[in-house]
Design a protein around this ligand. Structure first.
Ligand code: TYD
Length: 241
């Protein structure tokens, strides 16, 4: 496959969305052929699944862990067929907000056994792996606090669940992400997300730029400098040519 496949992962409140936006703006300014998408909900059908998965059911029912797992993989299968594989085959850079590591971390933390994850992975991904996964790592206390502050600002009080069960779940999710990074150090880069936004963006660029260069994309400094936030500082630091 000719393109470059990059995923961003991490717990809620890790700054993932902000960094995804910064990185995608930067790649656009470089003029790279880019597809930015997310899971769940990267296709029209997938957005229906996203609603079923993430919006609270009016009757108060919640999904069985196995049902939830199948819905996340259904979303992924559609996304792979309609968006990810065609873009990679066309030689594009594909940048995703969450992918399979989220399933391994979240559904794994909800009690889905490893063999079930492996079986679905084999069926749906057929050995496709991202070239690079950026894991924004933050301790759950800090990440949930960020989420809480954001929700209070939005007056979205229903979403504030800063209780001990929630904290414990997030600890397990984080541990699973870190275990994946330990197993696959060549694919997964741990990016400490406690640093300021610019430092995190620079750390991300330090991993992305060499990959793009190796893939034959021109990561040229002139155009990047005209691009988004903090372009100058980051380029100067990394000496991107
Ligand atoms: P989203 O609103 O996209 O928020 P975030 O900014 O945290 O990505 O929510 C996605 C939620 O779905 C998030 O709580 C993680 C969860 N998720 C899973 O549990 N399994 C998965 O496979 C994926 C892709 C997401």
């Amino acid at each position: 496959m000719a393109g470059v496949f990059i995923t961003l992962e991490g717990v809620e409140g890790s700054g993932k969305s902000t960094q995804l936006l910064r990185l995608s703006e930067r790649l656009r300014h470089l003029g790279l052929p880019l597809v930015v998408s997310k899971e769940p909900g990267g296709t029209a059908l997938g957005r229906e699944l996203r609603r079923l998965l993430l919006e609270p059911h009016p009757g108060g029912e919640s999904w069985a862990p196995e049902a939830e797992l199948l819905l996340f993989y259904a979303d992924r299968a559609q996304h792979l067929k309609d968006v990810i594989r065609p873009a990679l085959e066309a030689g594009k850079v594909v940048l995703l907000d969450r992918f399979e590591d989220s399933t391994r971390a979240y559904q794994g933390a909800s009690g889905v056994p490893e063999e079930a994850l492996d079986a679905l992975s084999t069926l749906v991904l057929q050995r496709l792996k991202p070239h690079l996964t950026l894991l924004l790592d933050l301790d759950p206390e800090a990440s949930l606090q960020r989420v809480e502050v954001r929700n209070l600002a939005l007056e979205d009080f229903n979403e504030t669940r800063f209780d001990s069960a929630h904290l414990d779940f997030h600890r397990r999710v984080r541990a699973r992400f870190l275990a994946i990074a330990e197993r696959e150090p060549n694919r997964v880069a741990i990016i400490p997300a406690r640093e300021g936004e610019d430092a995190v963006a620079a750390a991300i660029w330090a991993r992305v730029a060499p990959l793009l260069r190796t893939a034959g994309f021109a990561v040229d400094v002139e155009r990047a400098e005209r691009g988004g936030h903090g372009g100058n500082a980051e380029n100067a630091e990394e000496g991107i040519k």
